[in-house]
Write a new protein. Structure first.
Lengths: 327, 297
């Protein structure tokens, strides 16, 4: 990692609460994020991994400025995101691109693909108007689509093609950061693989910062160099992808890794039960109820993130030290 | 890289004008809509070329030729003032179509603007606009138009305003609900994230996707407008005689319905055929444009 560089995004103890209803004993709130701290370095690619309901999509919405944190701050380039947005929304909009999970839904159904990909170029005046069709063709070719799709409509393309168009549109604004929410989920494995290859090439070639939300550790490890494992609105473990996959320090990460079907060993289901309700957070460590190595201390006090060698952070009183051998 | 190079996309050249042509051919593909379109077109042509097609002056009275049955001199007969019904019918088509389309256009502009503002602004502004719209919708169209005409007095321009006012409510209501639906779509959020200016989001993203509903709504309203216009004139609060108007003509022949049934019958028939044709066309538009009514686009 480069030294002395300001991270692109800094998430400082961010909380996000959603009011469900005003109960008799005070408001009933859902804590989607509860004390999240994360730095995203320039040029890195970070995967946010976790089960459904872990708060990864909420975190991305905060990073994009679509929601405001209830507490804590999000910094972009060292400045408070809300101030950055009110001062120069256009610059932020150009520098940070977002690829939606619902790629088709994120495109105006009455626009042609050419209009869709050309829109950020036109809005940010990145090229003269008469060069836009040419630029759109280049972008479509770059993502592996024939330029002739420019005259089609989103509903005329397949799921994989629409995702490629979404990537092309993100590239069109020449972004500094690309965020993607489950951008390869729900596709055939072959289509998923070619899309992953494309994204990996692009990240390497354009040196953009990538924030990739996924529930798939395999996808995360293929595409990203850092991982943040989220659980119930908090980051349990962060660090370089290889180190974490080789030797997960948090029992939850281990559980996630063991939950993946592999050819060479029988599948265990080490994660018992389901993610608890974020409305009624458990006391102590939030993972204690499902943890295979829970100790009395875990149910009484909440572990804070502590550093491990190799630039890792883990929020656990009894981090696993060994390699990911059989439990 | 193993990108799927062989794309199986249909070989239809779809350009911006292609979207319009696509919608048009979807209307044309329906047999009943084709009939409706043909008949409406015939009425429009008759109205446009009324001065050349008419055999007599539509307001020239001739007492000696009153209440004549259809003949070679008066193709569709004459009324109790001896006015030529065929000529009056042609000029009446002019008035009916002009008032029908004009009032819908006016009501549409006002209603769409109100609905768009209400749907986009939300909060107090939306509440205030929608309460006014509720007030407008509380009156039946005919009653609202009559009340308005009673205040302003009869006449063609007042009739157009009165009818337009009665259409503001329905347009505002449907546009607002469509706007609320479109506004929640991810592509609107995506446009905002991309930094598309607000004005452009409203025009290019929201309005473009609300437009089909507006067109369908307008198509249905035109026939209602013509029916209301004739009804108001029939009741004597719309167009003033001797202006050639179908509603007036029907009212005028009412007293002689047993002796000279053509005086009321012929304009009545003309009106009925036009309304059926307009409805067929509007249904065709709805089926072609409204995604909720089956598989289209």
């Amino acid at each position: 990692m480069k030294e002395n560089r300001l991270p692109v995004f800094s998430v400082l103890d961010v909380e996000k609460r959603f009011l469900l209803r005003k109960g008799r004993n005070g408001p009933v709130e859902l804590r989607a994020l509860d004390g999240v701290r994360l730095d995203i370095e320039e040029g890195s690619s970070v995967a946010l991994v976790g089960e459904s309901g872990s708060g990864k999509s909420t975190l991305v919405r905060l990073l994009l400025g679509l929601d405001r944190p209830s507490d804590g701050r999000v910094l972009y380039d060292g400045g408070d995101l809300q101030q950055v947005l009110s001062r120069d929304r256009a610059r932020f909009a150009r520098e940070v691109a977002f690829v939606y999970q619902d790629a088709r839904g994120s495109m105006n159904p009455r626009f042609t693909i050419g209009d869709i990909v050309g829109e950020p170029i036109r809005v940010h005046r990145l090229h003269p108007v008469q060069h836009i069709p040419q630029r759109v063709s280049e972008l479509l070719e770059r993502v592996g689509l024939p330029p002739s799709v420019a005259v089609r409509y989103p509903h005329q393309l397949s799921g994989g093609q629409v995702r490629r168009v979404a990537v092309a549109r993100a590239l069109a604004q020449q972004p500094r950061v690309i965020m993607a929410d489950e951008a390869v989920a729900g596709l055939d494995v072959s289509v998923q693989a070619s899309l992953l290859n494309l994204l990996r090439e692009l990240v390497a070639e354009l040196r953009v910062t990538l924030v990739f939300v996924t529930h798939d550790l395999g996808v995360a490890s293929y595409l990203c160099d850092r991982i943040a494992v989220m659980y119930l609105g908090r980051i349990l473990e962060t660090g370089p992808v290889d180190a974490i996959l080789q030797g997960p320090a948090h029992p939850y990460t281990r559980g996630l890794l063991d939950s993946f079907p592999r050819f060479d060993r029988p599948l265990r289901a080490p994660l018992r039960g389901e993610i608890p309700s974020p409305v009624d957070l458990p006391a102590g460590c939030r993972f204690a109820g499902r943890c295979p190595c829970v100790q009395p201390r875990c149910t009484s006090s909440d572990p804070v993130a502590q550093p491990l060698p190799g630039g890792r952070l883990v929020a656990c009183f009894h981090p696993l030290s060994g390699q990911s051998g059989p439990t | 890289m193993s990108a799927p190079r062989s794309m199986q996309v249909p070989a239809v050249p779809a350009t911006r004008s292609g979207a319009l042509a696509e919608g048009w051919s979807a209307v044309w593909a329906q047999r009943s809509a084709r009939w409706g379109m043909g008949i409406v077109l015939a009425y429009v042509l008759a109205a446009l070329f009324a001065p050349w097609l008419a055999t007599h002056d539509p307001v020239a009275q001739a007492v000696e030729a009153a209440m004549q049955a259809p003949s070679t001199a008066h193709w569709l007969g004459t009324d109790s003032f001896g006015q030529d019904i065929y000529s009056r019918l042609l000029y009446g088509a002019r008035l009916a179509l002009a008032i029908g389309f004009g009032s819908v256009l006016l009501g549409m502009v006002a209603g769409v603007a109100l609905g768009l503002i209400a749907g986009l602004a939300g909060g107090r502004i939306e509440w205030a606009i929608m309460r006014v719209v509720d007030g407008l919708l509380a009156f039946p169209e005919l009653i609202l138009a009559m009340a308005f005409l009673a205040v302003l007095g009869p006449g063609v321009d007042n009739l157009v305003y009165a009818l337009a006012l009665s259409f503001v409510g329905p347009f505002a209501r449907t546009v607002r609900s469509d706007v609320l639906q479109v506004r929640a779509q991810p592509y609107v959020e995506a446009a905002r994230l991309m930094g598309v200016p607000m004005r452009e989001i409203v025009l290019r993203h929201v309005l473009l996707n609300v437009a089909p509903g507006i067109v369908v709504q307008a198509g249905i309203r035109v026939s209602i407008a013509i029916l209301l216009e004739s009804g108001l004139s029939f009741l004597g609060v719309g167009v003033v005689p001797p202006t050639p108007d179908w509603g007036l003509m029907i009212a005028e022949g009412r007293a002689f319905i047993t002796m000279a049934p053509w005086i009321s019958g012929i304009p009545g028939l003309a009106l009925a055929i036009l309304l059926v044709a307009l409805n067929l066309l509007a249904d065709g538009l709805r089926d072609a444009l409204d995604p909720r009514s089956g598989e289209t686009r």
